[in-house]
Design a protein around this ligand. Structure first.
Ligand SMILES: NC(=O)c1ccc[n+]([C@@H]2O[C@H](COP(=O)([O-])OP(=O)(O)OC[C@H]3O[C@@H](n4cnc5c(N)ncnc54)[C@H](OP(=O)(O)O)[C@@H]3O)[C@@H](O)[C@H]2O)c1
Length: 286
């Protein structure tokens, strides 16, 4: 059932928890967020995706990471993989790319403190910074890894060129890009398969269409039909579809409610037929 993370010997449940909705709106009480994390883990998940910038602005950088650290205090965290990211900042709530070696180093050191760990299992470059040579950003992640602060390196919001450049510098364990039924370019252009060929886990973010996009799934009649056929929900259908696109895919649905996290974990038990998958493929996204 579990999937191997990249080139490592780390085994992860096939669906991870996207922790962004727990902190991004800044309004979820800490205990509620902790309860969602515990429910996800109880349902089998052991991979949690976060970032230093899952917060409201630069004043509370690390909020989401501190919430996760709090949740993991009361349980055995040995089996839990927390993947975080550096390379963005949130001035006045905006999302801005900041990928210089100095910024990445200080962000990583703060993440170590906020997560209360000595090494980050998977540290991801959140996005390439157009003002910084990409090789400088990746080179700094490789240095952090050689110092033992980071165990494995991931990239996010990248394509073939960046991935190839990064693989010339160091081993890349994961790529995290947006991928869902309405935005499936990485499936159709072969990038998901390319990751697999290189033993890289493809982490599919916003698998439901994103924080507000997930409600649009309700308008897709085919999903409702398949949900009825498999006695499940439209959200589980889209996760099952993603999972069946390759054994290196790891969808990370976000959740701010316990029921969302638990329902997403249970999607691993839905087996779509080839015909079901072809029909979803035929929905005609890009
Ligand atoms: N690398 C990047 O640049 C990047 C960008 C965006 C996101 N991400 C990562 O990807 C994760 C997922 O993306 P996302 O949170 O933007 O969007 P998403 O996973 O597409 O959708 C999240 C929303 O869908 C609802 N949902 C999730 N599972 C459900 C289920 N089984 N049944 C019913 N509703 C369900 C949740 O509602 P409730 O909130 O009501 O529970 C949640 O707010 C983020 O949490 C973050 O870790 C990364």
């Amino acid at each position: 059932m579990r999937r191997t993370l990249g080139n490592t010997d780390i085994e992860v449940f096939p669906i991870g928890l996207g922790a962004m909705p727990l902190g991004i709106r800044g309004s979820l009480p800490l205990q509620d967020a902790v309860d969602v994390i515990h429910a996800a883990i109880d349902a089998g998940m052991n991979f949690i995706d976060t970032a230093n910038v899952y917060c409201t602005d630069n004043q509370d950088i690390g909020l989401n990471e501190r919430t996760i650290a709090q949740a993991l205090k009361s349980i055995d965290r040995n089996d839990i993989v927390v993947a975080t990211k550096g390379g963005l900042e949130r001035p006045q709530g905006r999302w801005e790319r900041r990928g210089s070696p100095q910024r990445l180093r200080s962000a990583c050191e703060k993440s170590l403190q906020d997560l209360e760990v000595e090494a980050i299992t998977l540290y991801q470059l959140h996005a390439p910074d157009p003002l910084v040579p990409f090789t400088d950003s990746v080179g700094e992640l490789a240095r952090l890894q050689s110092e033992g602060k980071v165990l494995n390196i991931g990239l996010s919001n990248v394509g073939y060129d960046e991935l190839n450049e990064a693989m010339d510098i160091t081993t890349i364990t994961s790529v995290q890009n947006r991928c869902n039924i309405n935005f499936r370019l990485d499936i159709t252009n072969g990038f998901v398969d390319y990751c697999k060929e290189n033993a890289i886990t493809y982490i599919a973010y916003s698998p439901m269409g994103g924080g507000s996009g997930h409600t649009a799934l309700r308008d897709v009649a085919l999903l409702s039909e398949l949900a009825e056929k498999h006695e499940t929900t439209i959200y589980q259908v889209v996760l099952a579809w993603l999972l069946q696109k390759g054994e290196k895919i790891l969808p990370i649905p976000g959740a701010s409610r316990i029921s969302s996290a638990v329902s997403s974990a249970h999607a691993v038990y839905i087996q779509l037929s080839d015909a079901d998958i072809q029909r979803i493929d035929g929905l005609g996204a890009n």
